[in-house]
Write a protein that binds this ligand. Structure first.
Ligand SMILES: *Cc1c(COP(=O)(O)O)cnc(C)c1O
Length: 414
């Protein structure tokens, strides 16, 4: 059967087809990605995309919103119930937008904020000088302890007492260990700061009970819905009731225009999926797979930053293989293994080169892989990284990767 897209736009239809093949036949280890469900994708590809719904349920600027109001109410109620939160704003188009809205709601330009350094695991929106956050607010950054490569809560407390920030941001984009949100709460209380947690990466682990929840400790929690949570590409903000009005106003009319109702419906679907018992099993498997992959890589002589992982991701220091992150990523791409180069703490290389790789297990766990497959993948990675210039070796690994993927196809019907 010919689809509407196939007949009206064969070029884009073919591009999408090739991307389906890529996702189905190569190993995906990007820690911020996942394979969302067919149900989520179906909700996104609907007539809800046609509706303009500026405002919030019951208080819209245009008519005809009674039906989509139900979708947004379901998404909000499900987010609150999934995370035990008092208020949810499900309109952020992305994780970065969610963070900007929180800054807009809670801070004045120039206010002092503490966040994690980008080059040690933080996110661009946590005060990088090239980002809106670093340009608009006075960021003081904390990093990891040089010896342990882990957050050092005593150091952060001392720094917070000296800096006296108005807000502290906990959360990271490349930090492999559990984050102690109770410790961050106590640090924030010590210096009279608000505590914002950016749970973009670990939201699915939190929903599935595989990482402690920040919600009881934080004033505001932002997260993305497309990483471990496995929903559509978007963001969400949870907050205490006292900040609800300010957050809602910051998103609209403060900063975004009309919400993406088709994406909000897809977020509702993802929240429903994440509330099922099977999602708890999934979250536990993601963490077990990450531990197995890290241990197997260490067995091949690769150094794992901080000595291991507590969550879905790990940072691999490639220096004892005498290869940079940039080359490592390129070699693995040729070998059918998708990863991203990533700075390690105190990286001697430039950000576009780096000495490390960031690997995550959320996608391949969704595809059905377990710890045996992680051991095989570690072997393939080590083999490829040991012989970056040997095309025969790289081709052999690519064939192994294709064969492994053939047993765990994320989208068999596509
Ligand atoms: C991924 C990420 C974001 C940004 O999400 P986008 O949807 O790409 O804007 C924000 N914060 C952290 C910690 C992240 O890891």
């Amino acid at each position: 059967m010919t689809t509407a897209l196939e007949s009206s736009d064969p070029e884009i239809f073919a591009v999408i087809g090739r991307e389906v093949v890529r996702q189905n036949t190569t190993i995906q280890l990007i820690a911020s990605e996942n394979f969302t469900s067919r149900a989520v994708m179906e909700a996104q590809g609907t007539v809800l995309t046609n509706k303009y719904s500026e405002g919030y349920p019951g208080k819209r600027y245009y008519g005809g919103n009674l039906v989509v109001d139900e979708a947004e109410n379901l998404a909000r109620d499900r987010a609150c119930s999934l995370f035990g939160a008092e208020h949810a704003n499900v309109q952020p188009h992305s994780g970065a937008n969610a963070n900007v809205a929180v800054f807009f709601a809670m801070l004045e330009p120039g206010d002092k904020v503490m966040g994690m350094r980008l080059d040690q695991g933080g996110h661009l929106t946590h005060g990088s000088p090239v980002n809106f956050s670093g340009k608009s607010y006075d960021f003081a950054s904390y990093g990891v302890n040089e010896q342990t490569e882990q957050l050092d809560y005593d150091q952060i407390r001392d720094q917070a007492k000296a800096e006296r920030p108005k807000m502290i941001i906990a959360g990271a984009t490349a930090y492999p260990r559990a984050i102690d949100f109770a410790a961050f709460r106590s640090i924030a209380d010590d210096c009279g700061a608000l505590l914002m947690v950016d749970a973009a990466h670990i939201a699915g682990l939190i929903a599935g009970g595989a990482h402690a929840s920040p919600v009881p400790h934080a004033d505001i929690v932002t997260f993305t819905t497309h990483k471990t949570l496995r929903g559509p590409r978007a963001g969400c903000i949870l907050s205490r009731s006292e900040y609800a009005a300010a957050i809602d106003k910051a998103i609209f009319p403060g900063f975004q225009g009309g919400p993406l109702m088709h994406v909000i419906a897809a977020k509702a679907v993802a929240f429903h999926e994440a509330a099922q018992p099977s999602f708890r099993v999934y979250a536990a498997k993601v963490v077990a797979n990450a531990a197995a992959l890290a241990a197997a890589l260490a067995g091949h002589g690769l150094r794992i930053v901080s000595g291991g992982t507590d969550n879905h991701l790990m940072l691999v220091d490639l220096r004892n293989f005498e290869i940079t992150g940039k080359v490592g990523q390129e070699v693995l791409d040729r070998a059918g293994i998708t990863t991203n180069k990533n700075a390690i703490p105190n990286d001697p290389e430039k950000p576009f080169v780096t000495s490390g790789l960031r690997l995550g297990t959320a996608s391949m766990t969704t595809a059905g892989m377990g710890t045996d497959e992680m051991v095989q993948i570690a072997e393939m990675i080590a083999t490829a990284l040991r012989s970056p210039n040997d095309d025969g070796v790289i081709d052999a690994v690519r064939k192994q990767a294709n064969e492994l993927c053939a047993r765990f196809i994320p989208y068999p019907g596509l």
